[in-house]
Design a binder for this molecule. Structure first.
Ligand code: FES
Ligand SMILES: [Fe+2]
Length: 382
């Protein structure tokens, strides 16, 4: 048996296994399916019967509104495993397209064509049901996990200090632009790129990196809380506490860039669009295969108070129409630039036999590696 070592950076000697090997990737994902994972936005499910499909540790699931409640199920019919939802979103009862079995809000098969004829008993005696997933929300963010005896902590506990901040950052009924694409690289490589403030000038020379390399790290403020981390671009060493207090009492005013990386694969950022206009971005790098990631992003005007002059504030709903599209243009450019870098690393990942040399602006990548292994319960020896 090969000894697995964790370096001081948080990486283990086998860190590329699930990046280059599909079986190792499957094992990693199976271990992560009990971790609270972002699935989608609650205000996409406004009407009774609205549903969306999502991926939870690569398993297809769907979330549906039943009256006042959201329920989540694995997207797999109990009969012969046809997916119940074959589109990204829709509205309507849970009826399988293969033999028309119908399920209720508890996931029980209650309508089975000619049930007495083909099974010799009524549906309730057959006891067929869908696999339920647990759901919880933070603001409009819907999270899910597959139940397990050891998976007991609430979403509130899991998100910790980020909970009230994300709750405020992702309010109801804001107009959001959506972006998605497939990336031919492992989800962890993609996530690493978001935890790296060092690559701006080389990879994003016209946007993030246009001012070149920082001569001092004084504004780079990194925070680690639970499994997660955050970066703030701020002079104020109490910026995290101030944001938290401001979100709790509704006084926070947009003033600097910050980003939260919520494990396993969610990112919520607050960024300047132009002059004094601020936007929020929700991003997800959802694992699909060892060498493939589904990227999803939502962009919208930051919900915080702003210091805009009254006229600019009053006309913002109009001026944002254009601003949002310009912002999306640059956003997509940044996403594509990061994706290219990750795809190039994926091509040579089988050659990697060392751990990365992380600098001060990449520290959080090591935190991520350490936390993701802890969440996955991967055994190791020092
Ligand atoms: S597979 Fe769904 S009803 Fe047969
Ligand atoms: Fe980047």
């Amino acid at each position: 048996m090969t000894e697995i070592r964790r370096s001081s950076s948080g990486f283990t000697s086998d860190w590329t296994h699930s990046i280059i090997d599909q079986r190792a990737f499957r094992d990693e994902q199976r271990r992560l399916e009990h971790v609270w994972t972002f699935l989608g936005l609650a205000d996409d499910l406004k009407l009774d019967g609205d549903w969306f499909r999502a991926s939870l540790a690569t398993r297809s699931v769907f979330v549906q509104r039943f009256g006042d409640e959201l329920r989540g199920f694995e997207n797999l019919c109990a009969h012969r495993f046809h997916p119940l939802r074959t589109e990204a979103r829709g509205n309507g009862p849970v009826i399988c397209g293969f033999h028309h079995w119908q399920y209720n809000r508890e996931g029980q098969a209650v309508g089975i064509p000619i049930c007495n004829v083909v099974y010799g008993k009524p549906p309730h005696e057959l006891g067929a049901r869908l696999q339920k997933i647990e759901l919880a929300t933070c603001g409009q963010l819907v999270f899910g996990r597959f139940p397990a005896p050891g998976a007991m902590g609430s979403l509130n506990d899991y998100l910790g200090e980020a909970f009230p901040i994300l709750e405020t950052m992702v309010p109801k009924n804001v107009q959001r632009l959506h972006v998605e694409r497939s990336i031919q690289a492992n989800w962890r490589l993609n996530f690493h790129a978001t935890l790296d403030e060092y690559h701006g000038p080389a990879v994003h020379p016209t946007t993030f990196g246009r001012y070149g390399y920082a001569s001092s790290l004084s504004r780079y403020r990194y925070f680690r809380f639970g499994a997660h981390s955050a970066y703030f671009d701020s002079d104020d060493e109490n910026c995290f506490k101030s944001l938290l207090a401001g979100c709790r009492d509704g006084t926070y005013q947009s003033s600097h860039y910050f980003v939260f990386q919520i494990l396993p694969d969610l990112i919520v950022a607050h960024a300047k669009a132009d002059s004094s206009f601020w936007f929020c971005n929700i991003l997800q790098h959802s694992p699909v295969a060892h060498d493939r990631t589904a990227f999803r992003g939502w962009l919208y005007a930051a919900p915080f108070r702003s210091s805009l002059p009254r006229l600019a504030h009053a006309t913002r709903p109009i001026t944002d129409i254009l601003r949002r599209y310009i912002y999306r243009h640059y956003f997509k450019r940044v996403v594509n630039e990061d994706a290219s870098v990750c795809e190039r690393i994926q091509e040579v990942a089988h050659q990697i036999d060392k751990v990365p040399m992380l600098g001060a602006q990449e520290e959080r990548i090591g935190w991520f590696e350490e936390s993701i292994r802890d969440l996955a319960g991967m055994t190791e020896r020092e």
